[in-house]
Design a protein around this ligand. Structure first.
Ligand code: PBG
Length: 330
C-alpha cells in the first residue's frame, strides 16, 4: 500500500472531544444490560460478596429494594441465581425444581413489585447438588447428561410457573435446550423465552461467582461438560446446535476473553446474542481500581465498548446496578 501521508492525517478526526464524538459508537444504553443477582431465603438479608464489592446475596424483600435504582435507570432485566440453604442439597439437585424454592419465590416477589421488568432465571443444578456439579453423578463420577436434562426441565418449569419471562439453562448438557423447550411447550409455556448459555467455557474466571453461589465443585472441575477455551470450532458448534434445538437467544461466556468468539458468532447467526461479563472480569477491574492501578469508570467503559463492538446485543454484567455512576454519559 502506498503511503498517503502527509496529505492524509487521521489525527484530524481526533483533535477534540467534540470531533471524536462525531464518529464514536455510543456505549450501549441501560436497556441492553441484564443484572445477575443472587437470591437467598428469608427476609432482611443483604450479605456482601467479598470477591465482588458492590454485589450482595439478597433475600427477596431486600432484592426488591435494591432494584429500585436500576429499574429507575431503565436496565433491561435481571438474571436470578437462587442460593438455597445447604441442608437442602442432594446428589440429584432435586430441590432446584421445588415450586416453593428460592428462585421461584424470588421471581414472584420481583414480578409483583416490577411487573414489567424482564426477569430471566438461571437454570442449573450446581447450587442444589452436594457435590457442586451441574447434574447428578453416575457410578464413574461423571455428570449423567440425560438425568441432568430431566431435572433441568423440571427446574425450568418451576421458574416458568412462577412467572419468569425467560429461562436460561447453563449446565452445558448435550440436548438441554431441546429438552427444556419441549418441556415448556408441552406444559403450555409457549411464550417463555429460552436464553441458552450456548457457548460456555470451562473458565478460571468464575471463582468469585462460586463464592457468591456457594457452588464450587467438591471434586474435579467442569471440563468434561463446559467448552474448552482452546477449541474454537467446538465453541462455535455448541451455539450452532443450540440454535437448531430452539434457543431464542445465544450467549458467549465469559465475554472479555472471548471477543473473537462473539464476533464469529455474530456473523453466523441472526439470533440475538448475549455476552456474559463474568464475576472474574468484574473482580479483576475492581481489584485493579482498589489498588490505585487503574480508573474504574474508564476501565469499565472500555471493556463494555469492546463487548458491544464484538457484536453482543445483550450484556449480562454486574456493572448493571452501577450504570448511572459508571456507564451513563455526563
Ligand atoms: C453455573 C454458572 C456459573 C456461572 C453462571 N452460571 C458458574 C460455573 O459454571 O461454574 C458463572 C457466572 C460468573 O462467573 O459471573 N450455573
Amino acid at each position: 500500500m502506498m503511503s498517503l501521508y502527509p496529505e492524509y492525517r487521521l489525527r484530524r478526526l481526533r483533535r477534540t472531544p467534540q470531533i471524536r464524538r462525531l464518529f464514536d459508537q455510543p456505549l450501549p444504553g441501560p436497556e441492553r444490560f441484564i443484572w445477575p443477582v443472587f437470591a437467598v431465603p428469608g427476609t432482611n438479608r443483604a450479605e456482601p460478596i467479598s470477591a465482588m464489592p458492590g454485589q450482595f446475596r439478597y433475600s427477596p424483600d431486600r432484592l426488591v429494594e435494591a432494584l429500585e435504582n436500576p429499574v429507575r435507570t431503565g436496565i433491561g432485566g435481571i438474571l436470578i441465581f437462587g442460593v438455597p440453604e445447604k441442608n437442602t442439597k442432594d446428589n440429584e439437585g432435586t430441590s432446584a425444581a421445588l415450586p416453593g424454592g428460592i428462585t421461584p419465590l424470588t421471581i414472584r416477589a420481583v414480578k409483583q413489585a416490577y411487573p414489567n421488568l424482564p426477569v430471566f432465571s438461571d437454570v442449573c443444578l450446581c447450587a442444589y447438588t452436594q457435590h457442586g456439579h451441574c447434574g447428578p453423578l453416575d457410578a464413574e463420577g461423571q455428570v449423567d447428561n440425560d438425568a441432568a436434562n430431566l431435572q433441568l426441565v423440571q427446574t425450568a418449569l418451576a421458574h416458568a410457573k412462577a412467572g419468569a419471562d425467560a429461562v436460561a439453562p447453563s449446565a452445558m448438557m448435550d440436548g438441554q435446550v431441546q429438552a427444556v423447550r419441549s418441556g415448556l411447550d408441552q406444559a403450555g409455556f409457549i411464550n417463555t423465552i429460552l436464553m441458552s448459555y450456548s457457548t460456555k467455557f470451562a473458565s478460571n474466571f468464575y471463582g468469585p461467582f462460586r463464592e457468591a453461589e456457594l457452588s464450587t465443585p467438591q471434586s474435579n472441575d467442569r471440563r468434561s461438560y463446559q467448552a474448552s477455551p482452546a477449541n474454537l470450532q467446538q465453541a462455535l458448534l455448541e451455539s450452532t446446535l443450540d440454535e437448531a434445538e430452539g434457543a431464542d437467544i445465544l450467549m458467549v461466556k465469559p465475554a472479555m476473553l472471548y471477543l473473537d468468539v462473539i464476533s464469529r458468532l455474530r456473523e453466523r447467526t441472526d439470533l440475538p446474542l448475549a455476552a456474559y461479563n463474568v464475576s472474574g472480569e468484574y473482580a479483576m477491574l475492581m481489584a485493579t481500581a482498589e489498588r490505585g492501578w487503574g480508573n474504574l469508570r474508564a476501565m469499565v467503559r472500555e471493556s463494555i465498548t469492546s463487548i458491544a463492538r464484538a457484536g453482543a446485543d445483550l450484556i449480562v454484567s454486574y456493572w448493571a446496578n452501577q450504570y448511572e455512576e459508571l456507564l451513563a454519559n455526563r
